[in-house]
Design a protein around this ligand. Structure first.
Ligand code: GSH
Length: 238
């Protein structure tokens, strides 16, 4: 459930006999979408505190949760976590039965960890491109060199996925996992900065992920305010 722009109290729910309460600070289309999508895949009930992307994140109240004033930030009773890869690992090991998790000792565990965190390798380039195309509002202060360089580095990181997906439908041979959620979000935003259809395997993979109900439920609703991205794409002119 998304609470539009207002704070709501935690809901409690029962899972495997334990009462838990989860709260996620989220901005539309930000990395917190990774956490929200995973929560939706896991079928967890949660309070989502929707924040505007910008100065609201630097309020004293929010800085008490996340020292840098960024999203995601997950609260689970006494625990606060503010790194999306760590949140993915924590949610899986705490609330998953092995469907999206690969537990320590599982033969696919090292690969699972690698791809859960490869999501950030992809997204750092999109974050830099978001800064160039959106956050730096004065065009004079933007750098054509940084945009070109980061676009190229994003494409190189996508090429690695293209080769990996040559022989499989998901990142792990055994099928869909939390790693696909992390990387899927990165492609969702990466596609705003480079044309994914140039990478046929990646393009088909992204479309497969984007057709999932849990993915769709983590998108902003139609006409939502406070979206980071307002254009169809921010691709560089060829
Ligand atoms: N590595 C962190 C990055 C978190 C992060 O930088 N989030 C961005 C949104 S995608 C943010 O909140 N930025 C707000 C700001 O920098 O003011 C993670 O994956 O959780």
């Amino acid at each position: 459930m998304i609470a539009s722009g207002r704070c709501v109290c935690c809901l409690s729910f029962e899972i495997m006999g334990n009462s838990v309460s989860l709260k996620l600070f989220h901005c539309h289309e930000a990395r917190s979408m990774r956490s929200l999508w995973l929560i939706n895949e896991l079928g967890l009930d949660i309070d989502v505190i929707l924040c505007a992307f910008g100065p609201e994140l630097r309020s004293d109240d929010y800085l008490a949760h996340h020292p840098l004033g960024r999203v995601p930030c997950l609260i689970d009773d006494e625990l606060t976590l503010f790194e999306s890869g760590a949140i993915a690992e924590y949610l899986c090991e705490t609330y998953d039965n092995g469907r999206l998790w690969r537990e320590p000792g599982h033969p696919e565990r090292p690969q699972w960890l690698q791809w859960v965190h490869y999501a950030e390798t992809l997204t750092v380039h999109s974050a830099s491109l978001t800064q160039q195309a959106i956050a730096i509002s004065d065009p004079e202060l933007r750098s054509a060199t940084v945009r070109k360089l980061e676009t190229k580095r994003l494409q190189k990181a996508i090429e690695v996925l293209e080769a990996h997906l040559e022989s499989r439908s998901y990142l792990l041979d055994s099928g869909f996992s939390a790693a696909d959620v992390g990387v899927g979000y990165s492609l969702h935003v990466g596609g705003l900065f480079t044309d994914l259809s140039v990478f046929p395997k990646v393009y088909a993979y992204y479309n497969r992920l984007a057709s999932r109900d849990a993915f769709k439920r983590s998108l902003p609703e139609a006409g939502a305010a406070n979206k980071i991205y307002t254009q169809d794409n921010y691709w560089l002119a060829p």
